[in-house]
Design a protein around this ligand. Structure first.
Ligand code: 9MR
Length: 380
């Protein structure tokens, strides 16, 4: 009964009411399709369910993927097309064609639309790397955020405002932004985003946020912004995990710590690698690449398909994660997978290129893997 009156439940009820008032469901697929169970329906009372999508999905050329996205998900994130180098390639020019299509796709399907990402040191435009003066950098940040957030005001519901600004020990990453402006760049980015769209939910997004030292860094950041009256609504825990780590209790401690500061928590880039990781790499540091192992069969043991024994481990790992997420459903608002099917996952190329990985719920033919039923069964 109490549950009915949580803010989350009220929001969900209004969301459902809005959908019914539009006279349509969140999918445009045939009515037969809409009757089938889906992740978004099964977890409707718990979280938004989503995936990161790319060009073929947005253009509609990848028709099978698009159908699957419409059936299974009620939120989308652009995997690459809104990153600085694509959307703001020159100081005075923006490229909005793909972003416009992405937002139109989300609107057409009544989806919760995520913007990813306004300020990130990676995939930044070359010209921005050359800006060495703090006044000029602040101006460019202002132009970048005002133009992009302003264009999609009222349409993009959640923004990953700053991405991966912390080192593993919780200190600030020595990015181009930090070198030139110090930590003020984070404050400015959140201030600008809040001013450009006061209704949008504003998120700090990073990997390995379960690590105690990194968690402490996020807590310092949240408190700092809050003490200055700067709006921050949520923490995006990317959730690039393996079959064995991190431990559930570490993830749980972070969820609790962020929620205790009034943050909504989102699992923004969920996937579980199934391949050998001899260096015990954690997270998603894109600069890590082990070229010399490219083509080494011991590093790519399942080129023809995932053995049943590993399917079982994958399903168990996701079950442990989803059980945790369900326990914290009042604080977690969204679960977004980083990709649509195994063949499209970035984990086929990181940290060794050209491997065959199986980190998601759907295989290379878009068929649901055993993990799908196992997770749906959690709600039966
Ligand atoms: O999945 C994205 C991949 O296609 C890009 O090549 C890569 C480039 O940096 O970025 C990947 O997405 C990253 C996301 O934007 C931020 N968190 C880590 C993700 C995986 O690297």
């Amino acid at each position: 009964m109490m549950k009915l009156f949580t803010l989350k439940s009220l929001l969900l009820l209004s969301f459902v009411a809005l959908l019914s008032s539009c006279g349509e469901t969140t999918t445009t697929a045939s009515s037969k399709e809409t009757k089938k169970p889906s992740l978004k329906k099964v977890f409707e009372a718990d979280f938004l369910m989503g995936a990161a999508i790319n060009d073929g999905h947005i253009n509609g050329t990848d028709t099978i993927a698009l159908k699957l996205i419409q059936k299974e998900y009620n939120t989308i994130t652009p995997e690459n097309i809104m990153k600085w180098m694509y959307i703001h390639p020159q100081p005075d020019s923006f490229y909005f064609e793909m972003a416009d299509k992405y937002v139109a796709l989300g609107e057409k399907n009544n989806m919760h639309i995520v913007g990813h990402t306004l300020v990130w040191h990676s995939q930044i435009a070359d010209w921005m790397q050359e800006v060495k003066d703090s006044v000029a950098m602040a101006k460019y940040l202002e132009k970048h955020i005002n133009t992009i957030v302003g264009r999609y005001k009222g349409k993009i519901n959640t923004w990953d405002v700053v991405n991966e600004a912390l080192n593993e020990d919780g200190s600030y990453r020595n990015s181009i932004f930090y070198q030139v402006m110090g930590e003020r760049y984070l404050e400015l980015a959140f201030q600008l985003a809040a001013a450009a769209d006061p209704e949008a939910s504003l998120v700090y997004n990073d990997y390995n946020l379960w690590k105690p030292k990194k968690r402490a860094g996020v807590i310092r950041l949240i408190k700092k912004l809050q003490s200055k009256g700067i709006k921050i609504d949520g923490i995006g825990m990317q959730a690039h995990y393996s079959l064995v780590g991190p431990e559930i209790k570490d993830i749980e401690n972070s969820i609790k710590a962020y929620a205790a500061l009034g943050m909504k928590v989102m699992m923004t880039e969920l996937d579980v690698t199934t391949l050998p990781n001899p260096w015990d790499l954690e997270g998603a540091e894109v600069s890590q690449n082990y070229e010399k192992f490219e083509g080494d069969p011991t590093m790519n043991p399942y080129p023809q398909g995932l053995p049943d024994s590993i399917q079982v481990k994958l399903a168990q790992r996701y079950e442990d994660l989803f059980s945790l997420y369900l326990r914290h459903r009042d604080d977690i608002t969204r679960l977004t997978f980083w990709g649509v099917n195994d063949g499209q996952s970035w984990l086929n190329g990181w940290p060794i290129k050209n491997r065959t990985n199986y980190p998601l719920f759907f295989d290379r033919n878009f068929s649901a893997k055993p993990v799908y039923e196992r997770i749906m069964a959690l709600k039966k």
